[in-house]
Ligand binder design. Structure first.
Ligand SMILES: [Zn+2]
Length: 367
């Protein structure tokens, strides 16, 4: 593989991000870590008024031949917002979907509050008859101070048997991939015009991405590439490579944008024949490419096939998610390759498919 060093760097970033807890609307810890990494890398960024981060790498001397690209990933993960604190009980609201066992079985939690306390707790099941609220108790004798949130008490990052197991592969994997590519471009002084967008509240309904797409903070010329994990399905399977995502549960993505990924795949295959990259419509969920597509952008995506999606949605237990480390490595190669494509470059396959089959047309005419 070409970029073992890049994988190692990406894994160390991922491990660092994995230590930070986040749920929709409470992404401060992950956000601070991402900003710190960008500062260490000397990469420019700004935050929009909603707290989404937009980082940019531009090589002004050499950028014109390259398409503008923006990678999009999200900082949050399904979890619990604490909505009230009584004398002996807390009430939380589940944001994002997970295993229904959260409503029926005691589930260990870690509560994070506004004064920096981390407190062990557990959910005791559904609170009253409301669909999303949970009865929560603290195990330690400490009362959290609102605003506060809780995450599942699961491993932050374990690399074992070629698998990356985390409470929140979704979507720290995407954030780590973006940061790694930007850092690599900057270090090597590569040509390009590449942005990385780190959004908030994706699990609450693509909230950050919808706001960015709506505000047009990103030029409409930009090709958007969502980087996500997605529930493994037939044709998009763990260990068989990253997936060029043709669409999600809501929309089909842009052919123009996808052609960048197709061409990158063709380049990688020329260098390494057996490299595995899948292509599939991943309809296990909706990803941020849809928010951009529906706001008039040219958008596509890659997905890393994932086990225990949302810590076990549709399953009987809350568990860490995992992806395959080799899928992650090939995905990094694929994303990096997109940044070296020139405007006007065309895939051999596409050139052949759109060419006029002159000789064969003679054969058809003879019949
Ligand atoms: Zn996600």
């Amino acid at each position: 593989m070409k970029n073992k060093g890049m994988l190692e760097r990406a894994l160390s970033i991922l491990q660092r991000l994995g230590k930070e807890a986040a749920v929709p609307y409470h992404e401060t810890k992950v956000s601070l870590q991402i900003k710190q990494i960008l500062e260490e890398q000397n990469i420019e960024y700004f935050e929009d008024k909603y707290g989404n981060i937009i980082a940019s790498y531009r090589n002004p001397a050499r950028e014109n031949s390259k398409p503008q690209i923006a990678f999009v990933s999200h900082m949050d993960h399904p979890g619990i917002e604490i909505i009230s604190i009584g004398k002996s009980d807390l009430v939380g609201k589940m944001i994002g979907r997970t295993s229904d066992s959260i409503f029926t079985k005691p589930t260990p939690l870690i509560i994070h509050d506004s004064i920096g306390q981390t407190i062990k707790g557990k959910s005791l099941g559904r609170h009253s008859n409301s669909a999303e609220t949970l009865q929560i108790m603290t195990i330690e004798d400490v009362i959290p101070i609102l605003p506060a949130f809780a995450v599942f008490d699961l491993p932050e990052f374990i690399l074992e048997d070629g698998k990356i197991r985390m409470r929140a592969c979704d979507d720290l994997v995407g954030c780590a991939a973006s940061l790694t590519i930007l850092e690599h471009l900057a270090k090597e002084n590569k040509p390009g015009n590449v942005q990385a967008i780190f959004t908030r509240a994706e699990e609450a309904g693509l909230v950050g991405a919808r706001l960015i797409a709506h505000d047009e903070l990103i030029s409409k010329e930009t090709i958007i590439i969502s980087i996500e994990t997605s529930k493994s399905i037939p044709g998009g399977e763990i260990g068989k490579g990253p997936i060029i995502r043709v669409g999600d549960a809501a929309t089909t993505f842009s052919q123009q944008a996808e052609s960048l990924l197709n061409l990158s795949k063709e380049h990688l295959k020329k260098r390494e024949k057996d490299i595995q990259i899948q292509r599939q419509l991943m309809d296990g969920g909706v990803c941020e490419a849809s928010a951009f597509i529906l706001n008039g952008y040219s958008a596509t995506g890659i997905a890393f096939p994932l086990a225990h999606y949302h810590n076990g949605l549709g399953e009987s237990l809350i568990e860490p998610e995992f992806i395959d480390a080799n899928d992650f490595m090939v995905g990094l190669d694929l994303l990096l390759e997109t940044t070296s494509i020139n405007i006007g470059d065309e895939s051999d396959l596409f050139a052949r498919l759109k060419s006029h089959p002159s000789e064969l047309s003679e054969k058809l005419k003879r019949k």
